[in-house]
Design a protein around this ligand. Structure first.
Ligand code: HEC
Length: 241
């Protein structure tokens, strides 16, 4: 569907109902929004497609057709499914967003500060359409249907995997929480209505990761993975963004 048609449809039903702060929604309002969104999804309307279409239009503007996400410059189909991977030109293991930031500096002539400003434009906001979030959505949706295939045989990737695993089990912050406290173990854990995924039940962590970027109905916007990590960090350190 055309971007403008989608936007019009979704704005009419959802965006206008979203207050300045998502936290101000009552549970009833939130349930109503969710119902509207599910109805639209059932009709084949995915609000994230607005981000996808916008992102697609921005590839040329930021010279990202020169960017190599691992399968060659400008090859986006399936690229995310094999990330993170080691990039010899940057001498680093990079995930999608780290690589995107690197390419924005290299090919769009942006400074690190400009990239950070672009990436964080929508943080803490609702109903915000950011160019960075749009590009991430476009790049991610180009890998829809591809099997996740991260190369742990590469020792540099394996090293980052081990580091991530250590962080997942490390307890920190004023509550001495770790990710594993909520996301590990064979038994089913719930917080209110949500069933929490567990790394100890087959396939579930892949399931959690492959959803990103996510469109959150009550915030009426797309959240890429790095913005999600930033919320974790502020949550664990008891500090608001
Ligand atoms: C206090 C419990 C708790 C802790 C600690 C916790 N999470 Fe979660 N996590 C949740 C809840 C609740 C959800 C939302 C489930 C839903 O909405 O379906 C969630 C969802 C997720 C998702 C699924 C994607 C999403 O946004 O819906 C991922 C990935 C995730 N958490 C990763 C982590 C990581 C990594 C850590 C450690 C840095 C962590 N979580 C720590 C409770 C927790």
């Amino acid at each position: 569907m055309k971007k403008t048609a989608l936007l019009a449809l979704f704005s009419a039903a959802c965006l206008t109902a979203v207050p300045a702060k998502a936290q101000e929604l009552t549970p009833e309002e939130e349930a109503k929004l969710l119902q509207e969104a599910l109805k639209m999804l059932a009709e084949g309307i995915n609000p994230a497609e607005i981000w996808y279409e916008t992102g697609k239009d921005l590839i040329k503007k930021y010279n990202l057709d020169k960017c190599d996400f691992g399968l060659g410059p400008g090859v986006f189909k399936g690229a995310l499914a094999q990330l993170p991977r080691y990039f010899p030109d940057a001498k680093k293991v990079m995930d999608l967003e780290t690589r995107l930031g690197w390419c924005l500096e290299k090919y769009a002539g942006m400074s690190r500060e400009q990239v950070i400003k672009m990436a964080t434009q929508c943080w803490g906001k609702t109903n915000c359409m950011g160019e960075y979030d749009a590009i991430v959505t476009y790049l991610s949706m180009e890998s829809n249907g591809y099997k996740i295939n991260v190369n742990l045989k590469d020792p540099r990737v394996k090293k980052m995997y081990d580091l991530g695993k250590k962080a997942f089990y490390a307890r920190m912050g004023p509550w001495d929480f770790n990710c594993a406290g909520c996301h590990a173990g064979k038994e089913l854990k719930r917080i209110r209505a949500s069933v929490l995924y567990s790394v100890d039940r087959p396939g579930e962590s892949g399931e959690a990761v492959r959803k990103f970027p996510v469109y959150r109905v009550s915030w009426a916007q797309v959240f890429p993975m790095h913005s999600c990590f930033s919320s974790f960090i502020s949550f664990f350190s008891n500090r608001r963004l």
